[in-house]
Ligand binder design. Structure first.
Ligand code: NDP
Length: 334
């Protein structure tokens, strides 16, 4: 029996590596895309599994970006699009953030429509920033759910790198929705919309000094020493292993078709993260957090209700304590 073949774009990314790992553990064959031969070889070595292979897709904005992969691999029946720029500091917001995210999505969907008629399920790694409003659009009284859209306009997203990232994710999801509404397609599409994603790296950690952007939130606390003050900040988090699992539910469970999977575990503050580190690693130099100020900090963090998603997912989220412990364990001990 041949196994189902799943394609994962941006397979070397933090979240995508977990998706690949879980897919392989479930017996799927996986083809991942990376931007260069060097990155592909590194990833192949890390993953070390014959059911994994890679193809090079060097530019998401190339109209034919995914055409060759799909022509070469008619066995692909599931397409997960995770590749997108993840940065708040770029030189050119439109060319470095918005275009690769939006055009990358439509180029993938066009290629699937033209060259992958056998593809039945598509999953887009979207974001909770497509739901949450920030800056002038943050509403402390709103309970953010799957039905809400971040009101940021395309023009507003050109104002700075952070807004640019928000716009890149929102307008990529909208472009995908627009595409399936207008074109005659053979596939179901679903969306995974996580907030800040924390958790250990799926395989070996290359550079402990600089983790991927979202894990740097935890790493920034790890880097504090006694006497440093902890910034009064927080947000909403989910563990990377749950995000990867949600991508698999997104195509395995028909109830997820056309849905947003708003995978969110809980709110956090940096004080709570500092205290989890102190509890689990008593020799740490990280200062103790002051959780008496959590309620105050929570006033500027989104309230959310993702019951609809949780019903489709059917699993409990990994807690902040477990997620932070596993990251810090990897930083201190591996
Ligand atoms: P990573 O930075 O680890 O991975 C991003 C992946 O996208 C890498 O494979 C990267 O390739 C690829 N990529 C980035 N820019 C381009 C580009 N211009 N052209 C081609 N490929 C590109 O980030 P994450 O794993 O955290 O993010 C994966 C997805 O999850 C993204 O869509 C992101 O928006 C989304 N997401 C992430 C969250 C988080 O907190 N981490 C929260 C919500 C959504 P290369 O290695 O070559 O740069």
């Amino acid at each position: 029996m041949t196994s189902t073949t799943v394609f994962v774009s941006g397979a070397n990314g933090f979240i995508a590596q977990h998706i690949v790992k879980q897919l392989l553990a479930k017996g799927y064959t996986v083809i991942g895309s990376v931007r260069s031969h060097e990155k592909g070889e590194q990833l192949k070595q890390l993953i070390n599994n014959d059911q994994f292979s890679y193809e090079i897709v060097s530019s998401l904005t190339d109209k034919d970006a995914f055409v060759d992969v799909l022509k070469k691999h008619p066995e692909i029946t599931i397409f997960l699009h995770a590749a997108s720029p993840v940065s708040f500091s770029v030189e050119d917001i439109e060319n470095d953030l918005l275009k690769p995210a939006i055009e990358g999505t439509t180029n993938a969907l066009n290629a699937i429509k033209e060259y992958g008629p056998q593809i039945k399920k598509v999953v887009l790694t979207a974001s909770a920033v497509n739901i949450f409003g920030f800056g002038p659009h943050f509403d402390a009284d709103q309970v953010y759910s799957e039905d809400v859209w971040n009101p940021i306009t395309y023009e507003e997203s050109l104002a700075n790198g952070f807004f640019g990232y928000l716009g890149s994710k929102k307008y990529a999801e909208l472009a995908a929705r627009d595409f399936v509404a207008k074109e005659k397609v053979n596939f179901d599409i679903s969306f995974v919309n996580p907030p800040y994603v924390f958790g250990p790296q799926a395989y070996a950690v290359k550079d402990k000094a600089n983790l991927n952007l979202s894990n740097e939130v935890v790493n920034s606390v790890v880097k504090l020493t006694k006497g440093d003050s902890i910034p009064a900040e927080g947000s909403v988090f989910v563990d990377v292993r749950d995000v990867a699992r949600a991508h698999i539910v997104a195509f395995e469970n028909d109830a997820a078709a056309s849905q947003r999977l708003f995978t969110a575990s809980s709110r956090y503050t940096l004080d709570t993260i500092a205290n989890i580190i102190n509890k689990k690693f008593p020799d740490t130099t990280v200062p103790k957090g002051d959780e008496s100020r959590n309620e105050e900090i929570y006033k500027s963090i989104h309230k959310f209700d993702n019951a609809k998603t949780n019903k489709i997912l059917g699993f409990e989220y990994i807690t902040l304590e477990e997620s932070v412990s596993d990251i810090v364990d990897q930083i201190y001990n591996v």
